[in-house]
Design a protein around this ligand. Structure first.
Ligand SMILES: Cc1cc2nc3c(=O)[nH]c(=O)nc-3n(C[C@H](O)[C@H](O)[C@H](O)COP(=O)(O)OP(=O)(O)OC[C@H]3O[C@@H](n4cnc5c(N)ncnc54)[C@H](O)[C@@H]3O)c2cc1C
Length: 406
């Protein structure tokens, strides 16, 4: 018999799940508590939607049980996802492995999904908040009660709540007995203690960011670092931020080491600076780093090492060159907190994947309840990996929820 599948959440994973279940012949109803589905999709990739990545995905996922994501992505792979979108009429473009719609518009992805939702006759109910899911798969919603043969919980996380994901999905899962690993912001800016950030605000520079927890390096990433008046931002910061947030939550000491000249090793950097003392001895000392580092950063570092107070470059001492090299190659900053869930792109934490079958996405606690997307304890790095997770887990959940009742 054709199963009745109810999907909670009309985001990336819910849309993929609904389309897959309906293609298998299921009668699908999608409940979305905002006025329209796919709202978060519109802001992805700076409005361009980096929908997946061609680089080997398995190291890109974090969580208590990272093998879970690996198993799901082995079943619904990146090439299958590309075919899924090509089948919806989307021409894709590959920029060094980062895949976008050729239109450069995230709305093309949301629209292509919605055309398919319409074509398949999926019943979409917007402005419908799901308040409770009972163990017999009866849903209590703001629009009344309904019951499904299968339910897919695809309500997202707490990141960017203005797009609809307000964390209520976690409450629905917890009320059904699922363990929810504390959600925390990830892919987020970090707030730091030093006073000089006010001066550095606005600077963007290539850097290697190494995150340390209790003095031990746990993650690093290289790319464009952005200084703000409260701390650090940019892709390399986002990539390490989930470790910072989880460590701070445990009361651990978090620091970041910023290598502001990552193209040179330590020795080469020291030699470069020592050579400049000789070659540019006549220049004012406060201009010593002109052409090496951004001027605002240079001023801060020269102040920190006492060089700014000297009159001529030729007066700079070898010990000061050592100190300056150390500061440029490993500027240490104390991370005190992160920006909020609203500024985070995703959350770490979520429904414990050890309670979900990675072959089907079915709950191990409640029969015919499935999970998809960011509600689970799986977070990816920047670069299209989080949407890939939404597509793969959604398609897999839709495949099993949509199969005929046995
Ligand atoms: C600014 C920004 C940029 C991003 N850019 C990228 C990118 O370029 N590439 C990438 O891979 N990832 C990106 N991400 C992450 C990616 O968008 C998410 O990981 C992905 O959209 C999660 O999909 P989801 O379906 O799990 O959750 P969501 O997309 O959050 O969907 C959940 C849906 O459920 C609804 N809902 C929640 N609770 C209820 C309820 N109780 N009743 C009814 N409906 C409910 C919500 O309104 C929402 O529509 C970005 C995120 C942000 C915020």
């Amino acid at each position: 018999m054709k199963p009745k599948v109810i999907i909670v959440g009309g985001g990336a994973s819910g849309l993929a799940a609904g389309i897959q279940a309906a293609r298998l012949g299921a009668s699908v109803t999608m409940l979305e508590h905002t006025a329209r589905p796919g709202k978060k999709l519109l802001s992805t990739g700076n409005g361009k939607c980096n929908l997946t990545n061609l680089a080997a995905p398995f190291g890109a996922y974090r969580g208590e049980n990272p093998d879970f994501a690996k198993m799901v992505l082995e079943t619904v792979s990146v090439p299958q996802t590309l075919e899924f979108f090509k089948g919806l009429g989307v021409v894709l473009t590959d920029r060094n492995g980062y895949v976008y719609p050729n239109t450069g518009q995230a709305s093309s992805i949301a629209d292509a999904l919605m055309f398919e939702v319409d074509r398949l006759g999926i019943t979409l109910i917007c402005d419908c908040h799901v308040r409770e899911i009972k163990r017999d798969l009866t849903l209590i919603t703001s629009n009344g009660k309904m019951k499904g043969d299968a339910v897919i919980l695809a309500a997202g996380s707490m990141a960017a709540s203005k797009t609809g994901s307000d964390g209520s999905g976690y409450e629905l899962a917890a009320a059904l007995g699922h363990t929810v690993i504390k959600p925390l912001p990830a892919l987020v800016q970090l707030k730091c203690r030093e006073k000089w950030y006010k001066q550095a605000a606005g600077v963007r520079t290539e850097a290697l960011v190494t995150l340390k927890i209790n003095g031990k390096a746990v993650a690093e990433d290289r790319g464009e670092l952005q200084f703000t008046d409260y701390g650090i931002s940019g892709i390399p910061v986002f990539q390490v931020s989930r470790f910072a947030c989880r460590a701070l939550d445990k009361g651990q000491t978090v620091t970041a080491e910023l290598d502001l000249l990552p193209s040179l090793d330590y020795k080469a950097a020291e030699e470069l600076l020592a050579d400049r003392v000789k070659r540019f001895a006549y220049r004012p000392a406060e201009e010593f780093l002109n052409g090496v580092l951004n001027q605002k950063l240079a001023r801060i570092l020269l102040n920190e090492t006492g060089i700014a107070k000297m009159s001529k470059t030729g007066e700079i001492k070898p010990a000061q060159i050592k100190k300056l090299t150390a500061a440029i190659k490993g500027l240490e900053t104390a991370v005190v907190s992160s920006n909020s869930f609203d500024q985070a792109q995703v959350c770490s934490g979520g429904v414990d994947t050890r309670e979900v079958d990675p072959c089907t996405m079915e709950s191990k606690l409640i029969k015919r309840l499935y999970f998809a997307g960011e509600i689970l304890d799986v977070d990816g790095i920047c670069g299209g990996y989080n949407l890939q997770w939404a597509w793969s887990s959604g398609i897999l959940a839709g495949t099993y929820a949509g199969r005929e009742n046995i």
